[in-house]
Design a protein around this ligand. Structure first.
Ligand SMILES: [Zn+2]
Length: 446
């Protein structure tokens, strides 16, 4: 059997099925397809329902060893716009130049296909899996998993396992296996201020207040020009990286730095950061970002207006042990104390940071297997700069230790979320082989 062909066939089947969560497009149909695939691989399956959410698919299959591994994936994808920038239709998977092009090929149907193929291989080989597998595939990851908290609470007993493989890490351009042990948390808020009944003629700025200036001043009270957050207590719970964590970062080399410099089109990072301090800031520092400001008129030409209202959307990325609920309260108090009682604060969403212990036996085992398999030392990232809200729900209600392993057939050029999303066919078979090796090794250790 040609592993690449088997994985490709499953991947094409998944990619032919549209599943855009933000447009509520064909999610039950996709859940049915995933369930069908699970059944074809001998899994006992269920669709897990939570109010307001598309069904999540759950599967279970026991193995030789009582050791049980939970797998997480998502079947939903991002919208396809702008459609005209695709070289082939996003839901007609197309092989071209050694790649498979389709929306979802990389994020995250590719990994669903390689995991299924690894399981198929193990079953063909021994008739049985080396370990028990439980698998949860949700349909709302691309919109921030708004119902995963309910799902993890309601179905916690179905998700219990000895360890969990999250969505896998991105392949590194230097060929070293990447392992991610955690994600930052987040607090999303909106600030609103309204000072006039309606927008007014700008000549009245002489005697009437401006919502635009009010918002700018409120924002300036939250963060100083050096980037320091001014909310009292903001940094109190921040856990400094340990010497071991700093060593891991120092071992990453310049790959990430060079890629980020290219991607951002800048010569110099903030404060001239480079090398290990850059990675430390990226991974271990909380952020205070203004995602957007809306007020008055900023279109072409000229409009003389005194804005009645202004709105700003902000996100704070949080590190262990910062808590989004405490930050929201502290931000409200800070605005009040600085005289901005008129600025309304709305919490739009939040997630807590999640970090798996470096010395957890599962972390050591996966690291060893990855090193043996690749013949190269894995690059371990203690805390990834992004956020996956579902992981904080999984941590809270199930408490299973997890990580992002190098078991995902994606690389930095795969254009996830963008037109011409693809996976390299050459990445499929090695990813299947790694997954098979890892599952086998976990069975041997147990
Ligand atoms: Zn995504």
């Amino acid at each position: 059997v040609n592993i690449e062909e088997v994985a490709l066939e499953t991947l094409e089947r998944l990619c032919r099925q549209p599943s855009i969560s933000t447009e509520n497009l064909a999610l039950p149909e996709t859940a049915n397809l995933v369930q069908e695939l699970f059944e074809e691989h001998g899994f006992e399956t269920r669709q897990l329902q939570t109010d307001g959410a598309p069904p999540a698919v759950w599967g279970e299959r026991s193995g030789r060893s009582p050791y049980t591994l939970l797998l997480y994936n998502h079947y939903d994808v991002q919208p396809v716009d702008p459609l005209e920038l695709w070289d082939s239709p996003p839901f007609e998977p197309t092989v071209r130049d050694g790649n498979l092009y389709a929306r979802g090929a990389a994020d995250n149907k590719g990994q669903l296909a390689t995991r299924l193929t690894a399981i198929r291989e193990l079953l063909d080989e021994g008739g049985e899996l080396p370990i028990g597998i439980r698998w949860i595939v949700e349909g709302e990851e691309e919109i921030g998993s708004p119902h995963f908290e309910d799902l993890a609470r309601t179905y916690a007993s179905l998700l219990q396992a000895d360890a969990c493989l999250w969505e896998g890490s991105m392949g590194r351009s230097d060929g070293r296996p990447g392992i991610g042990l955690g994600v930052k948390g987040v607090l999303f808020v909106r600030l609103d201020v309204r000072l006039l009944q309606t927008d007014a003629h700008s000549s009245l700025a002489a005697i009437a207040p401006s919502a635009a200036w009010r918002m700018v001043e409120a924002l300036a009270a939250i963060r100083d020009p050096d980037g320091r957050v001014l909310i009292p207590g903001f940094y109190d719970a921040v856990r400094e990286p340990t010497p071991v964590e700093l060593e891991l970062l120092a071992d990453h080399g310049d790959t990430v730095e060079d890629e980020l410099r290219d991607a951002l089109g800048i010569d110099r990072f903030l404060d001239g950061l480079t090398g290990e301090p850059l990675l430390e800031r990226l991974g271990f520092a909380p952020t205070c970002n203004v995602a957007g400001i809306q007020t008055g008129y900023a279109g072409d030409g000229l409009k003389t207006v005194l804005p009645a209202a202004a709105r700003a959307c902000m996100d704070f990325r949080l590190v262990p042990d910062q808590r989004p609920d405490l930050l929201a309260t502290a931000l409200r108090s800070h605005l009040d104390a600085e005289g901005f009682e008129d600025v309304e604060l709305t919490v739009l969403g939040s997630a807590e940071p999640v970090k798996t212990r470096l010395d957890h036996p599962f972390v050591r085992r996966v690291t060893e297997v990855a090193e043996q398999f690749a013949g190269r030392r894995p690059a371990v990232t203690p805390l990834v700069a992004a956020t996956l809200p579902l992981l904080s729900s999984l941590e809270r209600h199930v408490g299973v230790a997890g990580l992002a392993a190098p078991d995902n057939p994606v690389y930095s050029g795969c254009r996830a979320h963008a037109p011409n999303e693809h996976v390299r066919l050459a990445d499929l078979a090695p990813t299947v082989e790694f997954t098979r090796t890892l599952l086998t090794a976990l069975g041997e250790a147990a």
